[in-house]
Design a protein around this ligand. Structure first.
Ligand code: CMC
Length: 430
């Protein structure tokens, strides 16, 4: 906290001093918590364009410079050197683990990969073509009906256990959703495999034969989990914090985060990108769709473009773009027409004044779908992949919030524009 202060004054009234807080990086914040008490005013900021909702030490983003750091480590270095499980440890605990800590953490996570058999039967209640995100948000919330033994959120050990259970069970729930959609038999987890290798086997393996994990697919997917693991106070993480601020059950809280992630403006964009590329169909149609995206009377937007925080190239998109080349090259999908179309679209849009002026660059979702597709993951599962990675961030924020002595129930105010008080009108007089 610094000694800097901002002065706020309504004409004709005494000025009010508002404290200014400085973080370790990034812009300062004006603290308006005392504004209502001292001036009788609320701040108004729909969409939280200028509002910070909490202190956090987990992730730092500089959207203008295209910087993303987890616990201070640049995403590029983590993408190059780390694994998803190591990154999830880092997000939760604040430091990179020693080998011993990582092995212990991995053992604990793998210990919790199984789902209660009764919970497995929940899937039978879903229609065969239920969207996997619908199943995932329902089933994750339902974990609260099974693991009520140690969910005292005031107890840090209980909190950590819930977090580990969530990270561990997400791939199992995701794979069972896929098997439900495809009518194939489920496979139970194999804890001698890596976190991501185990997921690939549960997704694509069958009981009829051994499944050999492809190291390239394993590395590419693990990298995508790393890149999606956290992104500070985005819509789903803020949902998790808000839902959790009331002291709600951790599994229900993450279920709420999953529901928020599903929207096409957030995690659902990766699925929407592939639908869009299929709709555009050919390089010849790009100009027509660019014109549609620029037309304010047309609801069409270039999916996978733009970001609330990044007004420069999304650093995650840069990493994914490179991996996309490698994956398509090695998985013999080099001439994938969707990838060619995506590259051409990116080239045209990033040189177009409309997009340049508004700082609209490809985001993480622009290329991730092409990699998922090359790995054989169907479109309906794309946002589920995002959710598996983001669970590490959600649980870290949930734990950080509960550890923060300043945390209170989240309760925004509103600018009321409805009717003033009026008398009830009986039915025969309306
Ligand atoms: N295509 C065309 N125009 C766009 C787009 C786009 N994808 N995104 C923003 N704009 C325009 C928008 O119309 C507005 O123009 P103007 O200033 O003339 O009114 C301007 O750019 C600013 O847009 P905004 O809607 O005020 O920006 P926002 O910060 O509220 O929205 C966004 C950010 C990500 C929701 C938006 O860019 C979008 O809808 N993108 C497409 C969906 C997408 O790819 N989402 C994934 C985000 S990254 C993954 C994640 O973290 O969830």
């Amino acid at each position: 906290m610094s000694d800097k202060k901002a002065t706020f004054q309504i004409a004709g009234q005494d000025p009010i001093e508002l404290p200014i807080h400085s973080g370790t990086q990034g812009p300062d914040c004006v603290d308006v918590t005392g504004l209502y008490k001292n001036a009788g005013l609320f701040t108004y900021d729909p969409g939280f364009m200028s509002t910070g909702s909490c202190d956090s030490s987990i992730t730092y983003i500089d959207g203008d410079k295209g910087i993303l750091q987890y616990r201070g480590y640049p995403i590029e270095q983590l993408a190059q050197n780390s694994s998803f499980l190591e990154v999830s440890y880092l997000l939760m605990h604040g430091e990179l683990p020693t080998q011993e800590q990582l092995s212990h953490y991995q053992e604990r996570i793998m210990h919790y990969t199984l789902m209660n058999e009764s919970l497995l039967r929940f899937f039978e209640g879903f229609h065969h073509d239920a969207h996997p995100m619908a199943m995932m948000s329902g089933v994750v919330s339902s974990l609260s009906a099974f693991y009520h033994d140690r969910v005292d959120i005031q107890n840090p050990e209980h909190r950590e256990l819930s977090a580990l259970r969530l990270i561990a069970k997400m791939p199992t729930i995701a794979a069972v959703s896929y098997k439900h959609n495809t009518g194939l038999p489920i496979l139970y987890p194999r804890n001698d495999l890596s976190f991501t290798g185990n997921f690939l086997r549960m997704m694509f393996g069958t009981p009829c034969e051994d499944y050999v994990v492809d190291p390239l697919a394993e590395r590419a997917l693990d990298l995508l989990f790393i890149l999606h693991a956290d992104h500070e106070q985005n819509a789903s993480t803020s949902t998790v914090r808000l839902a959790g601020s009331s002291g709600a059950n951790p599994f229900a809280v993450i279920g709420a985060g999953i529901a928020s992630l599903w929207g096409p403006a957030h995690g659902g964009a990766n699925e929407a990108v592939l639908h869009m590329l299929a709709e555009i169909g050919s390089v010849d149609n790009i100009d027509k769709y660019i014109a549609k995206a620029k037309d304010k009377n047309d609801p069409f937007r270039l999916m996978g473009f733009g970001h609330r925080v990044y007004k420069n190239y999304d650093p995650r998109a840069k990493i994914i773009r490179k991996v996309c080349h490698e994956v398509l090259e090695k998985l013999a999908d080099k001439n994938n027409p969707l990838f060619e179309l995506a590259m051409r679209l990116e080239e045209i849009a990033t040189n177009d004044e409309y997009f340049v002026k508004r700082g609209l660059y490809p985001n993480v979702d622009f290329y991730s779908g092409i990699i998922y597709r090359a790995l054989g993951i169907p479109e309906s599962m794309f946002t589920v992949m995002f959710a598996i990675g983001r669970t590490a961030g959600w649980v870290s924020h949930w734990m950080e919030m509960l550890d923060d002595p300043k945390h209170r129930i989240g309760r925004p105010r509103q600018l009321y524009k409805g009717e003033k008080a009026r008398d009830y009108v009986p039915m025969d007089k309306r």
